[in-house]
Every structure is written in structure tokens, then in C-alpha cells.
Design a protein around this ligand. Structure first.
Ligand SMILES: *Cc1c(COP(=O)(O)O)cnc(C)c1O
Length: 387
């Protein structure tokens, strides 16, 4: 059996994989087992922030892995402490809980909201409101948070206490909170899995105003949009929001599993010893990797991300076969005349790896993708879309 056959035989069938086996890469180029090279416009779904096998990232990981690869959270390690400090300083937050994935980061946020509301507003206040078409993870509780019915069907009963409102419908939130039972609102600034749909800024402001006035926690899911992807450290900064909890994961450690919930002033001391935990959370290798990523997200670097976003948009917007371009930073969604999956397959054939999100072609290149590769990938996408 070849690798594809072994995988299909022995790996649980949750992923519909493309029929290529990737064996190596450098930066924004990856190579398959047959030696064919691809421009990577997906970054492992917004994970490899600085591309594949980036030298600086490898150095940070290697240094830590040769020192100590894991200790339990019973002891202090330097990368965990320094990363928490760096994240708090960059986001204006106060404390960090580390986990290993986006779902775990959101689980933590949900626990924070439940404990905070029970203590500050009474046990009847437990509802967590999210938006329709949102995506917050695959655990039973983050599935309950996810505002897409089709993810719910197979796994009833889900964790109770969640409600979903249409993006833009503040009245729906007011109705849900008629008896002050809403503990928190959890939003994505750009719905990623939902089709690269940015939140309307006017709604975001009105929502913030309402939740602040009603002592409801504002929680922002930055699992996909975070860590420089939007051209700012976090996407909420593009909206001028002041969240109480920020969750992030995907690109945080540049390719190692790490999730984090950043806690603001209101909730920074909500957890006491034993209230929550994670064996691997804050693992020193993942934390060293993340610290190297976060330290490179300077204002100058983020300005380059925005410039590349503007370039990519200008190349694609209004082109034949491309009906619209959505998203912010290096997180773009293309509504194409052809079905998105057809575009992605044709691009792969021609050496460009793209993603889909609902009916869109989704582009999430490495934040440091060279302009030349960005232009080359755009050329292929344009060519595929026009015919
Ligand atoms: C990917 C994603 C998640 C889930 O992250 P995992 O690491 O797969 O658990 C949660 N929220 C958003 C917005 C995401 O894009």
C-alpha cells in the first residue's frame, strides 16, 4: 500500500483529503512526494504564519526542544511566562490561559463566562450568545456555540445554554436578554469557516455599546483572524472593540498546537487554583515557537501584511469570473463564477494550493509570503477563474 492507501485504511474518515502527499517545504512553497512544487495559499488553514520550515521559527523551537520539551504546569518555565507577557502587552489584556487548540481556547472562554456570570450576576445568568453561521470548534460545547445547525445534528444532546442571533440583529440580543440572563456574547470579526464574512462595523459598535451597558462579557474568537492575519495583531483592533476575553490558536505558534484565552480586567482573576487546566497547555516548545511568532509581529511587519492584502485584492477584484472579494488582511474570500471546489482543484493542478469556505475560495497565505509568489499565485487563480 502507498501512503494514501494506508491513510485511507487506518485514519478515521473525518477528512476529505486531496490526493497529494506533501513531503517538504520552505516558506510558501511545498513539495509533494512526486517532486511537484506548489505555492501554499492556505498555510495549513492560517497556521504556518511564517511559512514552512522558517529558519527563525526552527531556531526558536530547536533551542527549546534541546533544553526541555515539556514539564507539567506544576513548575515555571520561561517561554510560557514570556509569551503570556507578550500577548497581554500586545492585546491590552491582563492574563492568559494556555491550551492546545482553538476549541480549547473557546471552552476556556465559555467557562470564564459561566463562572463570572454566576458569581457577579447570579446563577440564572448563563446564556452565551453567538452569531448564526459562526464556527467556534468541534468539542460538544464549542459545537453548541457554533451557529450552524448541520454541525449539531449527529451529536445531540449538546451543552445547553447557547443561543444564536443573526449578525446585524441587535434586537434579537435584546430580546434574549429581556430578563438579564445573557452572560456573554462570543463573535468572530470575520467569519472564517462561515465563508470569510466580515462583521458590519456599525453592528460591532452597537453590539459593544449594548453589552457594556448591560454588564455582558464581550468575547472575540480570534482563532483564525488573530496573530497578524488581519493586518493588526488581532482583528478586533480593526473594529475598535474592547473585548473582555479574546481566544486564539491557529497561527499563534506558527505550526505547533497552541491555543490561548486572553483575559481582560473584568475577568482576569476569575480562575483560582484547580478551576481549569491542561496538561500540555503552555508547553515550552509550543510557547517558544509562539513567542518567536509574536515577537515578529511588529507594526512595520503588520503594515507589510496590509500592503500585501491590498496588492492581492487589487489583482483579484473585478477580474473576469471573480464576482466579489471579501475579508481583511491576508484572509480573503473569493466568490467565483465557477464553483469554489472546481477552482481549488484546477489551481492545485497548476501548482497553487487554495482553500474553500462555504461557497467561497479562501486564501490564507503565510504572512511573510514574498510579493513575487503572491503575484504568481494570483495569476494562476485569475487564469483558472476566467475560463
Ligand atoms: C478553526 C477555528 C476554531 C477551532 O479551532 P481548532 O484548533 O480546530 O479547535 C474555532 N474558531 C474559529 C473561528 C476557527 O476558525
Amino acid at each position: 500500500m502507498n501512503i494514501i492507501e494506508i491513510d485511507n485504511t487506518y485514519v478515521a474518515g473525518t477528512y476529505k483529503r486531496f490526493p497529494i502527499e506533501i513531503v517538504s517545504g520552505k516558506g510558501s512553497l511545498v513539495t509533494d512526494v512526486n517532486g511537484k512544487q506548489y505555492i501554499d495559499m492556505g498555510s495549513g488553514i492560517a497556521v504556518t504564519s511564517f511559512g514552512i520550515a522558517d529558519d527563525e521559527w526552527i531556531a526558536a523551537v530547536e533551542k527549546q526542544i534541546r533544553s526541555v520539551q515539556h514539564m507539567s504546569n506544576l513548575y515555571y518555565t520561561e517561554p510560557c511566562a514570556l509569551l503570556a507577557k507578550a500577548l497581554c502587552e500586545k492585546a491590552g489584556m491582563k492574563k492568559v490561559f494556555f491550551g492546545n487548540s482553538g476549541a480549547e481556547a473557546n471552552e476556556c472562554a465559555i467557562k470564564v463566562a459561566r463562572k463570572w456570570a454566576a458569581e457577579h450576576k447570579g446563577p440564572a445568568c448563563s446564556t452565551i450568545v453567538t452569531l448564526e453561521n459562526s464556527f467556534h470548534g468541534r468539542t460538544l460545547t464549542t459545537l453548541a456555540a457554533t451557529g450552524q445547525e448541520h454541525y449539531h445534528e449527529l451529536y445531540q444532546p449538546l451543552t445547553p445554554g447557547f443561543a444564536h442571533i443573526p449578525a446585524g440583529d441587535l434586537d434579537a440580543l435584546k430580546k434574549l436578554n429581556a430578563n438579564s440572563t445573557v452572560a456573554a456574547v462570543l463573535i468572530e470579526c470575520v467569519q472564517g469557516e462561515g465563508g470569510v464574512i466580515p462583521l458590519d462595523p456599525a453592528f460591532a459598535s452597537a453590539l459593544e455599546q449594548y453589552v457594556k451597558a448591560n454588564d455582558i462579557l464581550l468575547m472575540v474568537d480570534e482563532v483564525q483572524t488573530g496573530n497578524g492575519r488581519s493586518g493588526k495583531m488581532y482583528a478586533y483592533m480593526n473594529y475598535g472593540l474592547h473585548p473582555d476575553v479574546v481566544t486564539t490558536a491557529k497561527g499563534l505558534a506558527g505550526g505547533l498546537p497552541m491555543g490561548a484565552a486572553l483575559l481582560g480586567e473584568k475577568v482576569k482573576d476569575i480562575f483560582s487554583y484547580g478551576d481549569h487546566g491542561s496538561t500540555f497547555g503552555g508547553n515550552p516548545v509550543a510557547a517558544a515557537a509562539a513567542l518567536s511568532v509574536v515577537n515578529r509581529l511588529t507594526d512595520e511587519f503588520l503594515a507589510e501584511v496590509s500592503a500585501k492584502s491590498a496588492l492581492l485584492r487589487s489583482l483579484l477584484e473585478g477580474a473576469p469570473g471573480i464576482e466579489s472579494v471579501s475579508g481583511i488582511g491576508l484572509m480573503l474570500g473569493l466568490k467565483t463564477a465557477k464553483p469554489a471546489s472546481e477552482v481549488v482543484s484546477a489551481c492545485m493542478e497548476r501548482g497553487v494550493l487554495c482553500l474553500t469556505a462555504k461557497d467561497k475560495v479562501r486564501l490564507l497565505p503565510a504572512l511573510n509570503i514574498p510579493e513575487s509568489l503572491l503575484r504568481q499565485a494570483a495569476e494562476t487563480i485569475l487564469d483558472v477563474c476566467k475560463t
